[in-house]
Design a protein around this ligand. Sequence first.
Ligand code: SAM
Length: 351
Amino acid sequence: MREIKSIIDKLTRENFLTKEELEALLENLNEDTRDYLIQKAYDVRKLNYGNSVFLRGLIEISNICKHDCHYCGIRASNHKISRYRLSKDQILDCCHKGYLLGYRTFVLQGGEDSYFTDEILVEIIKELKTQYKDVAVTLSLGERGPESFKRLYEAGADRYLLRHETANKKLYQKLHPKMSYENRIESLYILKEIGYQVGSGFLIGLPGLKLKDYAEDLMLLKQLEPHMVGIGPFIPHPATPLKDEVGGTAYDTITLLAIIRLLLPDVLLPATTALGTVDPKGREKGFKAGANVIMPNLSPMNCREKYSLYEGKKFLGNESAEEKIKIEKNILDSGFEPILTRGDNIKWKRK
Ligand code: SAM
């Protein structure tokens, strides 16, 4: 036990561990050492971001996707869901509603839908940036390639979220038919090189993975040094090949949030909807372990149910951007401070 605490102390001091040390930490945590880890992560988040929790408005612009990721409810082979895509005006309306509510970051997320050409996205981004001088635009639209990434950045996009999903290459290839692990990782480095604030991250509880296996994901994150990291439990969806799997836990997700806060002290780290879905208190526990972002849903109400990535995905109450007062109260009640400014990573400046 002493040895585990000294590994946590080294992680806190140096923001680095070797792969062997990360594996030892993940394999040997008990209630006592896990509490110690979470306390250290809490101290570090306080030092860098105080008690702030940044609110972002999430707009799910399309559930049409050409890919067939084995875990994902909007995969191309799922013929049971009703598909939608938002028009430019609908997206701008959502942002307008969000702006009036006070949101200053809009996250446009969707499946890989070829309707959203660079031209259409450039128009949307430019329009947003002209209308609202104080907002950040985050994109999460998959692997579009270097030229597209560059055009969208030049149009004004500030951030790009692209989880690597799993650092286990064999598993990645199995779960993502016709996609390439190398391309995913290369895309992340290209996004960083262009100048975006870049977010990566991974799913917790994919079939066959043990806690110690996430050492590889953590090493990858440390090497990439992203500005944002999104992790969450994998939750099975009934219309996917992984429907009978067990899925990830809030407990493991919170342990990993704490380790990521210590590895990357100034990272923007969401307490995700998936975490709030597997545990109603998951987000508050996440804030205490170092998370400092939430992304309530701003999509049109009649589309939310259709963006069903996993079973039971929440989009009302605390997950609904319209419930801002309730969300803010819950954040305050758990001892944190809701913040509605852009909330950039403290180390980032536009090139
Ligand atoms: N197409 C974009 C991309 O590839 O990054 C963004 C959309 S994708 C649906 C957004 C995220 O949903 C993925 O990065 C994945 O981690 C998460 N996701 C998909 N299916 C999930 C599931 N069953 N459980 C938890 N998260 C899931």
